[in-house]
Design a protein. Structure first.
Length: 157
């Protein structure tokens, strides 16, 4: 548990807060190993660690250290969005699971993934408006080009 912020992933909050104070990030790749740590050895340990990270990151997003709230006006929007990608890691698993499971189930059961397209009477008014707008735009361009002051073409009336 993080001591200063009361969050299991206090390194994310620390990084966000020092960048909000004006520090810049760099990529540093030393020749020899600078840090040695302990990594999970089994799948069970790795899953527990990822669960702890995702809960902590989502906790940050719901706290006063949310990148969009805490970083507003202090860091660029792109950096706020990058922090939010990690903070929304847990809820993002739901659409990922959906896109993995649903197409597979549909294909195994012979259900089409895409609806069939048919031209119905309800589509006719929209199609008419779209085509008439294209026709009007074409006529408008031809009228402009035939004017003596048009710079688009070299025709003189």
């Amino acid at each position: 548990m993080g001591l200063k912020y009361g969050c299991p992933v206090e390194d994310v909050i620390t990084g966000l807060s020092i960048q909000c104070k004006g520090w810049k990030s760099i990529y540093y790749n030393p020749q020899r190993e600078g840090f040695l740590g302990v990594s999970p050895q089994t799948l069970s340990q790795a899953l527990v660690q990822h669960k702890r990270w995702s809960e902590g990151d989502f906790q940050i997003f719901l706290s006063k250290y949310c990148p969009f709230v805490y970083g507003h006006g202090r860091i660029k929007l792109g950096l706020q969005m990058c922090y939010s990608t990690y903070c929304l890691w847990a809820p993002n698993s739901l659409p990922t699971l959906y896109y993995v499971i649903i197409p597979s189930v549909c294909l195994l059961n012979g259900i089409s993934l895409f609806p069939s397209v048919c031209l119905s009477l309800s589509l006719a008014p929209s199609l008419h408006i779209y085509l008439s707008s294209l026709t009007r735009a074409n006529i408008y361009v031809k009228l402009i080009c035939r004017s003596p002051t048009c710079g688009l073409c070299h025709m003189h009336v």
